[in-house]
Design a protein around this ligand. Sequence first.
Ligand code: PRP
Length: 207
Amino acid sequence: MTQITLALTKGRVLNEVLPLLQTSGIRPEQEIKESRKLIFNTNVKNLRLLILRGVDVPTYVQFGAADMGIAGKDILLEDSGGGYYESLDLALARCRLMTASLKDTNNVEGRTIVATKYINVARKYYAQIGRQAEFVKLFGAMELAPALGLADEIVDIVDTGNTLRANGLVSKELIANVSARLIVNKIAMKTKFELIQAIIDRLKMVL
Ligand code: PRP
């Protein structure tokens, strides 16, 4: 029996993706949010769901441990792996990848120190705009870094802007618009074409 495995991103992407799956007729065998399980069968024969950290979704899909995945475009821009197609923009979990700095700050002379978990994206962006920068890798709470003197600027996703405001920061430049994307392992796309296409069609129908 051929299985199809779809890797989902927990957190805000999952909150918006679960209703989409539901509308497209894909229902997990049990309430995902009420369980500590990380893998769920569904009502759709042969389709199971994985619940992962966003950064791990491209990895699972790249190596074929999952056939398909749903992750934010921010994660895909940062990911340096390959081996998958970006098949569908789900237009969900929209936000913006931006630079931000303290509200009352002058432009930095010389090298800008940038704290971010999006090191690849940030490096590319600052090179593109011709600003010399150094990068500090953080895994969260980037918004603290400027006030504590760890960095001049941050690169992070902004949704409502509440987190920036609450920490005395203002957004500056837009790097990319972000939304949830469906990715598909390149080999699975060939070997499991019909099953995968059927899921893509279900999702497309409700978009
Ligand atoms: C993200 C991001 C910001 C916040 C922005 O974190 O890192 O902190 O959301 O949203 P806002 O503009 O609506 O305030 P998230 O809560 O997704 O957690 P994370 O740090 O684990 O990514």
